[in-house]
Design a protein around this ligand. Structure first.
Ligand code: ATP
Length: 390
């Protein structure tokens, strides 16, 4: 049934009750696809490859960056600048030469998703944005495949298996409407402890293996992880799928829904870092670039407020800037107003929070308030490349 050396290689898991030779053969014959070769995708892929799964697809459009390496453990200093799908595929074939790896350097979209995912048995959502989560869920429903979904931010993570078994709910059953834009953020904005993505990505691999081998029960649940709590895990029982769900309640119509949905718009419009990407031009009266700020700082006295959290300000900040974290400023803008401020300039990391802060201060300030486009990341890119923003 298996080559002799596989008995030695996988023997420690094959002797497990309920696993056995049939379990290992099922893994060998199985195929899984991991969308996102980032913080969650890397540990998930690493364990899946080692477990003896026969075929693994890796889909990611992005390239490896230095700031990925603390958590995206398949990538290395030598693969910086390489597409993540290729970097991951190379690392996986070193882990297991028997594995068939298929790397796709593309962004998953409504036009390519069904085709790219159709030939795999299990789909893993290791991405970091709401539009892709809804898209993956809808495609999993249309293709009738289980979706092992992970999420992680700061010290916390979540794990849920959608569309599994007879009546398992899909992502839309739980979240018919996307969360408000301002309540979600990427790891780039909120921070992430590398080992937290390790925990969740590893659990995604574990649940995938259980599904393939036939060890997974059918009771739907949502696992919540908070590294700073004791105990760190909590599990919430979920209801079965909703008959009124727009995706899994609509049977064969889900395919049509994928073609006709603008997932980005459904999730509230442009991506969170839209200012950075220059998608929304600012008005010259209320917003200035970092280059202009640099020029003004050389000749004028102004009030520069940095609204990042204290920890981030403590890592690096511009000289003479005041730190008033966004939540403090927004909860009481009057109290936050520096005395005698004439011209107020607001700065944050990427240029999003500074706009919220500037709006709040304008309500109480007689002095002009401007926010700085692109924040300190733009400062490091366009003004001072030695500024240590990460
Ligand atoms: N639609 C998509 N198609 C393919 N890959 C996607 C899609 N959406 C997100 N991803 C990938 O999912 C991965 C998520 O990884 P992670 O959450 O660690 O964030 P990151 O983008 O690598 O890092 P950071 O937020 O720090 O810049 C990324 O590599 C990203 O390119």
């Amino acid at each position: 049934m298996l080559p002799l050396k596989d008995y030695r290689r996988y023997g420690r898991q094959m002797i497990l009750e309920g696993f056995g030779l049939p379990g290992q053969v099922k893994l060998k014959e199985a195929s899984v696809v991991v969308v996102g070769a980032g913080g969650l995708g890397c540990p998930a892929l690493q364990y899946l490859a080692a477990s003896g799964i026969g075929r693994i697809g890796v889909i990611d459009h992005d390239v490896v960056e230095l700031s990925n390496l603390h958590r995206q453990i398949l990538h290395t200093e030598t693969t910086i600048g390489t597409p993540k799908a290729l970097s991951a595929a190379k690392a996986l074939s070193v882990i297991n030469q028997q594995l068939k790896v298929e790397a796709v350097v593309q962004s998953l979209s409504p036009t390519n998703a069904t085709k790219l995912l159709a030939t795999y048995d299990v789909i893993l959502d290791c991405t970091d944005n709401a539009p892709t989560r809804y898209l993956l869920s809808d495609v999993a429903v249309a293709l009738k495949k289980p979706l092992v979904s992970g999420a992680a931010q700061r010290f916390e993570g979540q794990l849920c298996i959608y569309n599994y078994g007879e009546n398992g709910p899909c992502y839309r059953c739980l979240f018919p409407k996307p969360p408000a834009q301002e309540t979600v953020g990427t790891c780039e904005e909120t921070g992430i402890l590398g080992t937290v993505t390790g925990v969740i990505g590893n659990l995604q691999a574990l649940e995938t293996i259980k599904i393939i081998v036939g060890l997974k029960d059918q009771a739907p649940s949502l696992l919540l992880f908070d590294a700073l709590r004791t105990p760190p895990f909590r599990s919430i029982k979920l209801r079965k799928k909703k008959p009124a769900c727009a995706a899994c309640g609509s049977g064969e119509k889900t395919r049509g829904m994928i073609d006709n949905t603008d997932y980005v718009q459904f999730c509230g419009g442009p991506p969170a870092n839209w200012v950075e990407r220059g998608l929304v031009p600012g008005s010259a009266e209320t917003r200035i670039s970092t280059k202009d700020l640099h020029r003004i700082l050389a000749t004028e006295v102004l009030t520069l407020i940095d609204v990042r959290p204290r920890t981030e300000y403590g890592i690096c900040h511009l000289p003479n800037s005041l730190n008033i974290p966004l939540n403090e400023l927004v909860s009481n803008p009057k109290a936050a107003m520096p005395e005698g401020a004439k011209d107020i300039y607001i700065l944050c990391r990427l240029g999003n929070d500074s706009q919220i802060a500037a709006d709040a201060l304008r309500e109480v300030s007689t002095a002009p308030v401007k926010d700085i486009i692109g924040g300190l990341v733009s400062w490091a890119r366009d003004v001072d490349s030695s500024f240590p923003i990460y």
